[in-house]
Design a protein around this ligand. Structure first.
Ligand SMILES: Cc1cc2nc3c(=O)[nH]c(=O)nc-3n(C[C@H](O)[C@H](O)[C@H](O)COP(=O)(O)OP(=O)(O)OC[C@H]3O[C@@H](n4cnc5c(N)ncnc54)[C@H](O)[C@@H]3O)c2cc1C
Length: 445
């Protein structure tokens, strides 16, 4: 590990605010940084926040020909986007939520998502990103047939997805263990390095003419005639349109209407040191991402032959790398007996926050707000930013560049102050995850 976890305050883990240098996704050689904005400039559109949401929105508007500026408080992928677990799952988990949206927007999102389900791979290929973006599949693995998974597979197959139900023998060949008897193989699923992918989108947009400023937190947003002026500590940008992609609402005190607009949930993640090659050949030979059903444990082997996993920590335990690494190792040794013969060491352990629009898992569609003339916010990517960021960033970026906001595939919703933002974290951390851990210990899952 570079920066030592021991030097970081425990509460920073709990708040998902540990330095990004703890994330296992950073490359050995640091990426070039973006200089701060210095002085007053003018453009057509300003995007605030360079995560998956802001990076993708910015890239697509610049691609579509807009003059645009990206302001990032630190450097791109400093937030959740540089800290996530790297799973790419290109389907929509809950269709009931958007059936309630009027104006055919639910159907539009559905069709758009299906048509663009390979968007991350497409962006990566188009700009030759070095982001380990690999379409090697995602596997839901279970010990017995699960009716809800079978139904899901049938549904998405009807819509052209390559997803199959498989039995134990086929799974063993893909996964490298005979622990599971049933699974779904999502062939369009895969993995990516979210830190490098996000940075890749930003640098691709810069190469196309977009202007990027790091170390430039937006500190105010005020109306001046037909324009907005966004101020940073060392300059300002004037633009007709602004898209706020800052994820954690506390980072935008200048837009109080966004205050308490999400349900935050802390998650921790870990990366091991590269595995011995004899083990890599036996563990996950397909290279797919595995998610055990029900969803407590998951894992991928990345392009550097490391295991990556994440979890939702117990309250007050987010800092405890040893605890979560040992829980992960115990699971690994149980499911993949071959791993017991090898020394597997922890290389990195970090935390981050997922901001959710709903207190119900998988109903957490991102929130896209229209806050005033030309002022938008694209937030709450929940636990599926690797797909939702590029997907909705494409639609939002292109519609704003074309000055046709109504073309955006989701409805703009009014910000809604959450009465109890801790509700979701309470339910997941105090009830849901402990119940799953117990079921796993009793071998009921
Ligand atoms: C541990 C963990 C595991 C996860 N696993 C997965 C996964 O496997 N697959 C998946 O799809 N999703 C996963 N997620 C969720 C995913 O990471 C998020 O949905 C996504 O990163 C959110 O992107 P974002 O752009 O909205 O926010 P962020 O990435 O947080 O970006 C917001 C950016 O705005 C900047 N900012 C904030 N305030 C200001 C300001 N005032 N001025 C300028 N800039 C500002 C921040 O510095 C930051 O860079 C996981 C999340 C975590 C924490």
């Amino acid at each position: 590990m570079g920066l030592s976890n021991a030097l970081v305050d425990r509460s920073a883990f709990e708040r998902g605010r540990v330095p990004i240098e703890l994330s296992g996704w950073l490359p050995a050689v640091a990426l070039p940084t973006y200089a701060a904005l210095n002085g007053d400039i003018e453009t057509d559109i300003v995007v605030i926040g360079a995560g998956l949401a802001g990076g993708a929105t910015f890239l697509h508007m610049v691609e579509a020909g807009a003059r645009a500026v990206l302001l990032e408080a630190r450097q791109p992928a400093n937030g959740a986007s540089g800290r996530n677990a790297g799973h790419y799952l290109p389907y929509l988990d809950d269709l009931e939520t958007f059936k309630k949206w009027g104006g055919g927007k639910g159907e539009r999102l559905f069709d758009f998502a299906v048509a663009n389900r390979n968007i991350a791979y497409a962006i990566s290929a188009k700009y030759e990103l070095d982001a380990d973006c690999r379409q090697l599949g995602m596997i839901n693995a279970a010990q017995r047939p699960i009716a809800s998974l079978a139904k899901k597979a049938r549904f998405w197959r009807q819509h052209g997805y390559s997803v199959d139900e498989v039995g134990g023998k086929e799974l063993a060949a893909l996964v490298g263990t005979d622990h599971y008897d049933y699974g779904l193989v999502w062939r369009e699923g895969g993995r990516l390095n979210p830190y490098l992918f996000t940075n890749g989108m930003v640098s691709a947009a810069q190469a196309l003419g977009g202007s990027v400023y790091g170390d430039s937190p937006a500190v105010s947003c005020s109306r001046e005639g037909s324009h907005w002026r966004i101020r940073t500590p060392t300059g300002s940008v004037m633009a007709r349109k602004v898209v706020v992609c800052t994820a954690g609402y506390e980072n935008t005190p200048f837009l109080p209407e966004l205050d308490r607009g999400s349900y935050p949930l802390v998650a921790t993640a870990l990366a091991t040191k590269p595995l011995p090659s004899e083990l890599v050949k036996q563990l996950m030979p397909s290279g797919a991402v595995i998610e055990q059903h029900p969803g407590l444990y998951h894992m991928l082997v990345d392009g550097r032959d490391r295991l990556i996993s994440s979890t939702i920590p117990a309250v007050g335990k987010a800092h405890d790398a040893a605890l979560y690494f040992s829980a992960f190792r115990a699971w690994l040794n149980k499911i993949f007996p071959v791993s017991r013969d090898f020394k597997i060491e922890l290389d990195a352990y970090w935390s981050g926050i997922m901001y959710n629009s709903s207190a119900v898992y998988h109903q957490d569609y991102p929130s896209v707000h229209h806050l005033g003339d030309g002022l938008y916010a694209f937030l709450n990517l929940g636990s599926w930013g690797n797909f939702m960021g590029p997907l909705l960033g494409k639609s939002l970026g292109e519609s704003l560049a074309a000055d046709r906001p109504d073309d955006f595939v989701m409805p703009f919703v009014a910000p809604k102050r959450k009465m109890w933002p801790g509700q979701f974290a309470f339910a997941v951390r105090r009830v849901g995850v402990p119940a799953l851990r117990l079921a796993d210990r009793l071998n009921l899952s």
